[in-house]
Design a protein around this ligand. Structure first.
Ligand SMILES: [Zn+2]
Length: 463
């Protein structure tokens, strides 16, 4: 892009020590944006016009999409780590605690928790959150008079924080394979598929009013819905927005699925849904060889949540095998026990190294991990990008401090691997639509949200 093509619309430039585009660094880098924050210029050449240039002592990467979030669970992060002797604390006992947390929050409290969470995501490097949303009804299990009440709270939280959001309200009806829903699941449950589509329609009209919001849809999991309803929702649902669903997170879930459906969960999905890039299957921790290959070839996107999957003792996704078949994947923070995309990405590699006793999981781990997390994470959020920092797209970026010791080595061969494998807490800022949302670690709403957040935490019942 040359400045002369677009200089009529450019209103300002940023100057960075470097900008990471797909596979290569531009150093130094000038980014020109128009009044709406859209990229109009990206070059290592100083622009020839006289417009203002903001000098930033940092390196810019695209913001990471967080492809899987349950905002309410942030309130209990770190509170389920004390374990009674001789008891079997696993995913299923953690889930009991999570149900209590879900039952204790009203829409205002949820909005406060989500706002604080989204500010923290922005500080850690996420610029877009996919909110997988199943807390639909009030604490008694009754629909709110405005059936999209909780969707409105989540969207308001994202707007206050300044993060982009893809809201994914999901269908939930059962308490397990072939089992009715339990009383404590009452906030999640729809009577039927029509009720779900009514809520989805409402959620759609609310997201339409916010330029930084969009919609996805889906089903909680095969254990939370009858398979006929899963098929029906996919069939009746919109074809242009992402579909999300949890699958194969736990061995017990796989075994229950085999007992009820005579197929493994991912096998059932492969055999019964038209899986493609539009489908986002969360976890897929337990796959056999055939599922690994078929899932990769389907081009469906696996949403991995390394921090949560480790914390819950789920197991390790077969990334080395899946990558050999060029499978699509991205990351999410799920229960928010960890919130750093860089930490989660390096642990994706380290889990494989610990299994194989080798270091070369990928030829160039940093660029592979960053490329998948960003491009496929965007796809999970409903955004198509073929490159980083494309002309005509909003300028969203995270900025790494150029003054940290390891970043003083400007050898572009190692810049990205130093960022992914060897840095933490080095993000100095986050830009969305060409505007600083976090600058020098600071968010303009952080004090007021912090007060409301600590008051909210005191009221949450959890044991
Ligand atoms: Zn989840």
């Amino acid at each position: 892009m040359s400045a002369s093509d677009h200089s009529k619309t450019i209103t300002k430039y940023f100057h960075f020590q470097g900008v990471y585009t797909l596979g290569k660094w531009i150093t130094p880098a000038f980014v020109g944006i128009d009044a709406k924050g859209i990229i109009q210029y990206l070059s290592d050449q100083t622009p020839s016009d006289e417009l203002p240039i903001e000098y930033v002592d940092g390196f810019a990467l695209p913001g990471f999409p967080n492809a899987h979030s349950h905002a309410f669970q942030y309130a209990m992060a770190g509170m389920a780590e004390k374990h009674q002797k001789d008891t079997n604390d696993d995913f299923w006992s953690w889930r009991e605690a999570m149900y209590q947390c879900a039952l204790s929050m009203d829409p205002d409290q949820l909005q406060t928790v989500a706002t604080m969470l989204y500010i923290q995501m922005l500080k850690k490097g996420y610029t877009h959150v996919v909110e997988f949303h199943y807390l639909h009804h009030d604490q008694n299990g009754k629909p709110y008079s405005n059936i999209s009440e909780i969707s409105v709270s989540l969207l308001a939280a994202a707007a206050i924080a300044g993060i982009r959001i893809t809201l994914v309200p999901v269908f939930y009806q059962k308490g397990g394979f072939g089992k009715p829903a339990e009383e404590r699941q009452r906030r999640f449950i729809f009577g039927d598929v029509d009720e779900y589509f009514k809520l989805l329609e409402e959620a759609y009209s609310v997201t339409q009013k916010i330029t930084t919001a969009q919609l996805g849809f889906g089903v909680h999991s095969l254990r939370a819905a009858e398979v006929n309803d899963v098929i029906e929702i996919e069939k009746q649902g919109p074809k242009h927005i992402p579909f999300h669903l949890h699958a194969a997170e736990q061995l017990k879930e796989v075994n229950d699925c085999i007992a009820y459906l005579k197929q493994r969960p991912v096998e059932w999905l492969l055999n019964n849904l038209p899986l493609s890039e539009r489908f986002n299957i969360v976890h897929c921790t337990h796959l056999n060889n055939e599922e690994v290959e078929r899932l990769a070839k389907s081009k469906a996107n696996v949403v991995l949540c390394p921090g949560t999957e480790a914390n819950l003792g789920d197991g390790i996704f077969r990334l080395t095998d899946y990558a050999k078949h060029d499978g699509n994947w991205c990351i999410g923070t799920d229960s928010h026990i960890s919130l750093s995309p860089l930490e989660d990405l390096r642990w994706m590699d380290y889990a494989q190294r610990l299994l194989t006793h080798k270091r070369n999981t990928f030829d160039d781990g940093a660029s592979y991990l960053v490329e998948k997390a960003i491009l496929k994470g965007n796809a999970a959020a409903g955004i198509t990008n073929n490159n980083f920092f494309e002309s005509g797209k909003p300028f969203d970026a995270i900025v790494i401090d150029a003054n940290s010791p390891l970043m003083s080595d400007l050898n572009t061969n190692f810049l990205l691997s130093r960022i992914v494998y060897a840095t933490d807490n080095l993000m100095i800022g986050t830009i969305i639509n060409g505007k600083w949302i976090i600058q020098d670690y600071y968010h303009s709403e952080q004090e007021s949200v912090a007060n409301a957040f600590s008051e909210t935490l005191k009221t949450i019942k959890f044991q």
